[in-house]
Write a protein that binds this ligand. Structure first.
Ligand code: MV4
Length: 463
């Protein structure tokens, strides 16, 4: 339907106040983007976060429940009530918590508010990894070999599918993702039990027994493509990131661009991601996750949220991804075309976690002293300050140190300097471990894969 103003009508609405339904560094980051766009902010908190600094700079600050996330940051009704009471016109979910919950996005839409993210339909399509894969195949995005349908119940039919793919295969839950609900099957004799076990786990954890099967890639890198879409069918990809440096599916270091990828190889993949967004009517920011092995890309999942590692793409592309995300939700058309996207230099991000550097147990307590690095090409995204109390209730991420320099080697050197200048007293952090990692020769050569960090940790713990 045409709007009398000839602009945002069907979807995307004007709003002047954003409720930030999150906490920690990302609450601070979203608040900064809102302020830069001239928008007011409402922050919510749990009882554990009453002293959070973003609460003091918010236009409204509402405590919505007890420390347990289930009773606060995951409490949909409490968040919607806070939005109504404070006059917020939009809700930014950040990452984690309710950010990829299709039912919450729908409840926000039904309440007449703007969910800053894709519509609930896109979230639901990508939440089901089988329908996501089907959408990608339709758009020409390369996927891991294997059917884009759920595994049948008949064991003989399942065996036949595995034979066609070739061992090793991996069984994944359609409702899983991020490393949850999957099992590798090295040979035919182990297939039946693996399927039965994964199906039961999927039923318990995701409420759906649906499974699918893929070829298991043994030494891939994890490479992702960032996209940005408006409500008018325009979409761009903002280059790529390498997130192979992870432990137990938790990323530790991310970089942009992914080193050693020829433009001729990634170019068509980025274009296919843009086409997929246009075909499904995707809006806002999103990330296509790929495995990369032997110079080929294989789609695995799409994240329909703003990601922790978005800053490395901001520093290389020059776009403020959070501002662009909010503007897209307001129905404002993208101003850039793909030709305007030129990524420059190299960026690294280190996640600073409040945890023991040896055991990785999370470490709560009061930060008694804090020195953060500064200087050209150095950025720190954080909510902490001296005197801040790190709560044991939530994720251990307390800060992100991000650097940018002309070359990868210079960016690594800048990160070494930045980490040398980072000092968090009173609690344990992973800073010593990050410093050691940036001295590693194989990492410096850009020759790692998704298993490298865990192997490196194993070798290091030996005498
Ligand atoms: C795979 C795979 C190998 N082959 N799929 C783990 C997280 C989830 N997003 C998908 N994951 C994987 N899927 C096929 N067909 C290996 C992994 C995997 C992984 C992927 C990305 C980053 C780290 C990882 C660590 C272990 C396994």
């Amino acid at each position: 339907m045409a709007s009398p103003l000839g602009e945002t009508s069907v979807s995307g609405m004007r709003f002047d106040t954003v409720l930030i339904a999150n906490r920690g560094e990302i609450a601070t980051r979203i608040q900064r983007a809102c302020r830069d766009l001239g928008l007011k902010t409402v922050c919510i908190c749990s009882e554990a976060d009453r002293e959070a600094p973003y609460g003091k700079t918010a236009d409204s600050f509402v405590c919505i429940g007890p420390s347990s996330a289930a009773k606060s940051y995951l409490n949909q009704d409490a968040i919607l009530l806070a939005a109504r009471l404070t006059g917020a016109g939009a809700i930014h979910p950040g990452y984690g918590f309710l950010s990829e919950n299709a039912a919450f996005a729908e409840a926000v839409e039904k309440a007449g508010l703007v969910f800053i993210g894709p519509d609930s339909r896109s979230i639901a399509i990508m939440g089901d990894k089988i329908s996501a894969k089907r959408a990608m195949i339709a758009a020409g995005v390369p996927c891991v070999p294997g059917p884009d349908t759920a595994l049948p119940d008949d064991p003989a039919a399942v065996e036949q599918i595995a034979l066609e793919i070739g061992y090793p295969v991996i069984i994944k839950a359609a409702g899983g993702g991020g490393g949850r609900g999957m099992r590798v099957v090295p040979e035919a004799g182990l297939l039946h039990d693996a399927v039965t076990l994964t199906r039961e786990e999927a039923r318990q954890a995701f409420g759906s027994p649906a499974l699918y099967m893929e070829k298991f890639l043994q030494h891939p890198r994890h490479i992702e493509i960032q996209v940005l879409c408006d409500h008018h069918g325009n979409a761009v990809w903002l280059g790529h990131r390498d997130c192979s440096m992870q432990r137990r599916h938790q990323k530790v270091v991310e970089e942009a661009p992914a080193p050693g990828i020829a433009p001729e190889i990634i170019g068509p993949v980025g274009a296919a991601c843009v086409k997929a967004c246009q075909q499904i009517g995707y809006r806002g920011v999103g990330t296509f996750e790929f495995l990369y092995e032997d110079e080929a890309f294989y789609f695995i999942e799409m994240n329909t949220r703003l990601q922790v590692e978005h800053p490395v793409t901001e520093l290389t592309s020059g776009f403020d991804i959070v501002q662009e995300q909010i503007k897209a939700a307001q129905g404002i058309p993208l101003v850039m075309t793909q030709e305007d996207v030129t990524c420059e230099g190299h960026s690294f991000e280190c996640r600073i976690n409040a945890e023991d550097p040896e055991s990785f147990m999370s470490s709560a307590g009061i930060i008694t002293g804090l020195t953060l690095p500064e200087g050209e090409g150095i950025r720190v995204d954080t909510h902490i300050h001296a005197g801040y109390k790190v709560s044991p209730y939530y994720d251990s991420l307390i800060a992100k140190v991000i650097v940018h320099a002309p070359t990868r080697a210079q960016a690594m050197e800048k990160m070494r300097e930045a980490l040398a200048d980072t000092c968090v007293e009173g609690i344990s952090t992973n800073i010593p471990f990050l410093r050691a990692l940036f001295e590693d020769r194989v990492f410096a050569q850009g020759e790692t894969d998704i298993h490298y960090l865990e192997q490196w940790l194993k070798l290091r713990s030996k005498p």
